[in-house]
Design a protein around this ligand. Structure first.
Ligand SMILES: NC(=O)CC[C@H](N)C(=O)O
Length: 302
């Protein structure tokens, strides 16, 4: 394929392994461009065909991404929201990048007013640092991306998931396709967050900011607090119906009587892809090939 025909994928280059993402994307038939500003997204006369948001530290990335308004009054986050919601371009968040694409986040930074600066778009509830601290980073077998079944009829080998202080997806909306689940024990801090969240869901409490336990939902460009309720079995018909409409958060239960839970590690919703792990840190390019295919299909249908 000549260079002209290869799709152009932007890689947010504020933090993290953006060069490694570029190498994997280029090995998967894409051209890449480092993106730090709104101007980077638009200048050069060629529109980006997709974007990758790498891992890093989502609080810091949020602060940087919303800090500067460029010409037209837009921050990088505003431009990314347009890219995702208006242009409907394929966008993939890995680890911290996944947190940024989430609509809701628990364990968000307690020191930031109005919580974490999420870009949003993916109807998922994520728990930051579910799998542990930086020192307890690890590799674990995860389900491979859907297309990698190929000719062997879906018998593809597991994908080596590299988890670095990684978030987990606790629940996903009905329109979200779950592409991978793993069973894992939350780290101590995440266990406290989950316990608190469960208690609040059980009591039908409204979850507002409370230390590291924040449940936030983005509404347009604003973050707003989301009411977390769970219908109790004794509710009357009318009340129950009303509650059920709101009760979209259900936490995964304990997997086997231990503290381990079955959590989601990869999801797709139309033009958005999220993985909790770091595919750019392995030599296995199947997830980059899967995303490159999303981008190529989007270019072909434009
Ligand atoms: N490797 C990563 O991207 C870590 C994410 C980080 N724990 C956060 O919450 O932002």
């Amino acid at each position: 394929m000549s260079n002209e025909k290869k799709p152009l994928v932007g890689v947010l280059s504020i933090q993290g392994a953006f060069e490694e993402h570029q190498a994997c994307l280029e090995a998967s038939g894409c051209r890449t461009k480092q993106i730090r500003t709104v101007a980077d997204m638009t200048e050069g006369g060629e529109a980006l065909d997709g974007m990758v948001l790498p891992g890093g530290e989502s609080t810091a990335m949020g602060l940087i991404g919303t800090a500067t308004k460029e010409s037209g009054g837009k921050s990088v986050w505003d431009a990314l929201r347009d890219f995702i919601e208006v242009d409907k371009k394929p966008t993939w968040g890995t680890c911290a990048g996944m947190i940024l694409l989430a609509e809701r986040c628990v364990g968000a930074s307690a020191v930031i007013q109005d919580g974490q600066a999420l870009i949003g778009g993916m109807d998922i509830l994520v728990c930051r640092n579910y799998f542990g601290s930086q020192v307890s980073s690890f590799e674990m077998a995860t389900p491979p991306p859907p297309t990698s079944g190929g000719e062997d009829g879906g018998m593809a080998s597991p994908y080596p998931g590299v988890f670095i202080r990684a978030p987990a997806i606790l629940s996903a909306g009905q329109e979200v396709t779950v592409l991978g689940k793993v069973v894992a024990t939350p780290c101590r801090q995440a266990a406290v967050v989950l316990e608190e969240l469960e208690r609040k869901i059980e009591k039908g409490e409204t979850v507002v900011q409370m230390g590291v336990v924040d449940a936030l939902e983005r509404d347009g460009s604003q973050l707003r607090h989301r009411e977390v309720v769970k219908a109790s079995p004794c509710e009357t018909g009318e009340e129950k119906k009303e509650l059920e409409q709101d009760a979209s958060i259900e936490l995964p239960g304990a997997a086997d009587g231990s503290n381990a839970r079955e959590v989601i590690c990869a999801v797709r919703k139309s033009n958005l892809l999220c993985t909790a792990f770091h595919p750019e840190l392995t030599n296995d390019h199947r997830w980059h090939q899967y995303f490159a295919q999303m981008v190529k299909e989007s270019v072909a249908s434009a």
